[in-house]
Design a protein around this ligand. Sequence first.
Ligand code: PXG
Length: 287
Amino acid sequence: MQIYLSGSFVDKENAKVSVFDHGFLYGDGVFEGMRSYNGKVFKLREHMIRLWNSAKSIAIEIPLSMEEMENAVKATLHANNIREGYVRLVVTRGIGTLGLDAHLCRNPQVIIIADHLALYPKEFYENGLEIVTAATVRTNPAMVSPQIKSMNYLNNILAKIEGHQAGVSEVLMLNTKGEVAECSGDNIFIWTTNGAKSYLHTPPAEAGILEGITRQTVLDIAAELNIPVKESPMTRHDIYIAEECFLTGSAAELIPVVKLDGRLIGSGKPGEVTKKLLKRFQEETQK
Ligand code: PXG
């Protein structure tokens, strides 16, 4: 396996960073996770824009142009002969001293790993996932914005550990107001009926979420299919009484959820709207 490490390709065994890199010492850096279908990275430009926004927010200047970075991503896939896979791109603050001084780190490091993807088992897509609510609250945007895809994922990891202990593979996270935010590594949608109206519902950016690129793709598909959408605060109650629920993420794509906190959602089987959106999403990735 060939890893892109700040301008050159090195073998996996030699792909190492310094213990003085602030990415390692402090989780000081940003990343992206994206997928390649048929040798083409899905929504590459959107991932680059989010990476640049994350870096800007934490005052890291990425040492490449966006075009150069896109070419480096493509070259990494090519060097590893991967057409269907996953790309993990990391930009760290770079080597510094012991101490928080970011300005002493002069050279941000760029790391690109292309690999095959370990998916959720097929049965989860067919039968749907069970999730539980984590006690770990999603980071308040007044502290660090969840819109920054930073190397500091402890908040999400702690929630995911709770899920593992409860025997489920994903967990729901609430914000400090007690509203639904997102899952540890996926955004959440429901399909619900209120009176005579049925619509897709997902928490808004203001709920304190990572604005997923898959989430945006689903919103675009819904608009195109004339499926009504509400982006507004959501509670767990809304999910308990929904007809359908699914999660979105670059790795998971669209995955149905059939149980939350022991309550069956809808019929307890992946729903028709979820299936329709998944089918359309898959077409989109094959373009
Ligand atoms: N929320 C969080 C907190 C995430 O980390 C998403 C939502 C979905 O965003 P996208 O843009 O993928 O639709 C994410 C995605 C990894 C990895 O280890 C990263 C994520 C998901 C799965 C794996 O590279 N982040």
